[in-house]
Design a protein around this ligand. Structure first.
Ligand code: NAP
Length: 333
């Protein structure tokens, strides 16, 4: 590609004139350095992308910035023989859409170390239905299983279940044969969640009681929690003996108050999941598994909307208000 060829991008800018977020035309010369030039075909809408599109989201670490922590496309050129022009690739996390131009542009230039070859069995579009959200859900589920939680241990709860991480966790757990309970603040999404494999719906308010008890009735063997806040404290208090919770997000806030009781009386485990800097070897295994034995069921139905990049500002505002059900995939021109 000619370095002067112009292509569309969504750009966040912050300078003396203030914060701006909108359409721009850029060229390959505007892209950061890297080994691999990728023609981006699809990206996705994540909560973190919503934060990168607003002035005080505390996600963008440099400006101007093309947000988009997920991208999938074809290699245009590579300075390293391990990738050839035409190879289909995925990149998620690292500094993408944070301090390195991300997926909301028709082209991206990346370090080779950030790129995963598209595993057999997934299309580029399906890979973006999974994206960072799926990688995070898969990492949490694998860790739960390492902590000894299996299909026989009892039901596993997924909070924020209609969100990106949540719906992928429900679909993957159900596919692995777990009994999955889904907590949501969207009662109208019950059919969607049951279709993905949830066997029970837990209203969000049930996990955000006015006064939390340090220990409550033992209910779940494990949980994937993208919500945080009081929800996480409540889930901990209702874990079964030997249960484990993956803390993966904070849509209800970062702070929570708990006691030592779930840990010292119920042998509970609380662990964190961070997927942006997941080592490449682990990442490749997770992608292969998500194309294989951990493939989310109903993958195409998880894409509740496919939008053009021009519709991104609206979709990003919606996700910041917790208004998205399922995954929004973005088609780049
Ligand atoms: N650790 C990592 O590596 C990693 C990776 C990806 C994402 N994350 C984090 O995980 C979280 C979810 O990300 P996402 O992209 O899946 O976002 P998302 O698609 O917006 O999903 C979040 C869901 O949380 C629920 N929710 C929203 N506001 C809430 C509130 N006040 N109280 C309780 N529930 C609420 C909603 O689901 P319901 O309506 O169904 O309740 C919402 O759809 C974010 O905090 C994100 O930063 C972390």
């Amino acid at each position: 590609m000619e370095s002067t060829e112009r292509f569309p991008a969504l750009l966040a800018e912050k300078d003396q004139a203030g914060f701006r977020f909108g359409e721009r035309e850029i060229t390959a010369a505007d892209l950061p350095p890297g080994d691999v030039l990728v023609r981006v075909r699809y990206s996705a809408v994540n909560y973190k992308d919503g934060l990168a599109s607003v002035p005080n989201g505390n996600v963008a670490r440099s400006y101007p910035l093309v947000p988009g922590i997920d991208l999938a496309g074809e290699v245009v050129s590579s300075s390293d023989g391990r990738l050839q022009a035409g190879d289909q690739v995925i990149a998620t996390g690292y500094d993408l859409g944070v301090s390195h131009h991300g997926g909301y542009a028709a082209m991206a230039r990346l370090p080779l170390d950030w790129v995963v070859k598209l595993p057999k069995g997934l299309s580029l579009r399906q890979a973006m239905a999974i994206g960072t959200a799926g990688l995070t859900a898969a990492a949490g589920i694998i860790r739960l299983m390492r902590e000894g939680i299996d299909r026989e241990s009892g039901p596993v709860l997924v909070t924020g279940a209609t969100g990106g991480v949540g719906c992928l966790a429900v679909a993957m757990l159900a596919g692995l044969g777990f009994t999955v309970e889904a907590s949501t603040g969207k009662p109208e999404a019950e059919g969607f969640l049951r279709q993905l494999g949830a066997s029970a719906i837990v209203p969000r308010a049930e996990l955000q009681p006015e006064t939390a008890r340090p220990l409550d009735r033992q209910r779940w063997a494990g949980a994937i929690d993208p919500v945080g806040g009081t929800t996480l404290a409540t889930v901990l208090s209702r874990l079964r003996y030997g249960g484990a919770v993956a803390s993966v997000g904070l849509t209800a806030g970062p702070a929570f108050e708990t006691t030592v009781f779930p840990f010292i009386l119920r042998n509970a485990t609380l662990f964190g999941v961070e997927s942006a800097y997941l080592p490449m070897a682990e990442r490749e295994v997770l992608w292969r598994r998500m194309a294989g034995d951990m493939r989310p069921g109903h993958l195409d139905d998880l894409i509740t909307r496919e939008i053009a990049w021009r519709d991104l500002p609206d979709a990003l505002a919606t996700i910041l208000h917790g208004g998205v059900t399922g995954r929004i995939v973005v088609a780049l021109p």
